[in-house]
Design a protein around this ligand. Sequence first.
Ligand SMILES: [Fe+2]
Length: 259
Amino acid sequence: MTNKPKDWVFTDPRLQDLQQDYDAYTEEDFKVWKILFDRQIVNLPKAASKAYLDGIKEIGFTADKIADFADVNARLSKSTGWAIQVVPGLIDDDLFFGLMNNKRFCSSTWLRKMEQLDYLEEPDMFHDAFAHMPMLTNQPYVDFLEKLSGIALKHIENKWAIELLSRIYWFTIEFGLIRENGELRIYGAGILSSAGETKFSLSDEPKHYEYDVRKILNTPYWKDKFQDKYFVIESYEQLYESLPEIESVLEEMVAEEAR
Ligand SMILES: [Fe+2]
């Protein structure tokens, strides 16, 4: 990957030029968005991180209007310079990281149905938008995402390396906690889009560990139930500053595996 230009992803034939078709959202879609939004927003003032709470205002999400990506992109271009890339669902790892390495965050545009309010096989746009997009207004957070993706691209041919990096992504971007004024707060999108896990993650039930790159790289995760452990950062700068350690421990573990 090193001999490719950084923006190779935009000319990759697998990348489809998809847009959000806002007029296609139905009355039920608007109802689902509102129910999910109203149900979760009340939990967040005491649970979500300041960056998220500032971000959701900056990005302009409300209960009555499904997130409009054209508006999100206009706002993001003024804050961190990131943008939303519409994708058909799951995409290849190299495209996923290639997009983030170019300041594009992937999102689906479909919304869950009324009968799937609490359980989903695959993340829908409520998760992608409501939970992820507000954090894209935070500069050290997106800088971390961009550089982490650069590390992933360097190792993209190695499945074990990508598995290890997905643990970092999982325990930070999806399930990360931060300590603010001595209290635990959520910045991970997998928690922020789940009312149940919002409560659970901050309770005394799961273990809360200090952010520890080596420990995370050695911690497998599960996708179909609440985590039994969460990692707590002190700041988003801490994530960014841990990138050299992520790269060196990763290379060490990849070399060990190859032996
Ligand atoms: Fe996610």
